[in-house]
Ligand binder design. Structure first.
Ligand code: ZN
Length: 69
């Protein structure tokens, strides 16, 4: 199990934030790729479900370095 942190940008309001995922198999995301997240994932609660991927971080020592991500 690896944990991946993505820098996501809301395509609606432009807010950039980090979101962590647990991956059973390692997936590589492409910068600029669009990702759909349900349930008001945007910190601004703007009802958008589409986010562009700015950057991907593959984290092994998640707790030590990315506790607040
Ligand atoms: Zn937004």
């Amino acid at each position: 199990m690896t944990r991946t942190v993505l820098d996501l940008k809301c395509v609606h309001c432009g807010t950039v934030f980090k979101r962590s995922f647990e991956d059973k198999r390692r997936k590589t995301y492409t910068s600029g790729e669009l990702l759909r997240l349900e349930g008001k994932a945007c910190p601004e609660s703007c009802d958008n479900e589409w986010f562009s991927i700015e950057k991907q971080h593959a984290i092994r020592k998640f707790k030590r370095h990315y506790r607040d991500a």
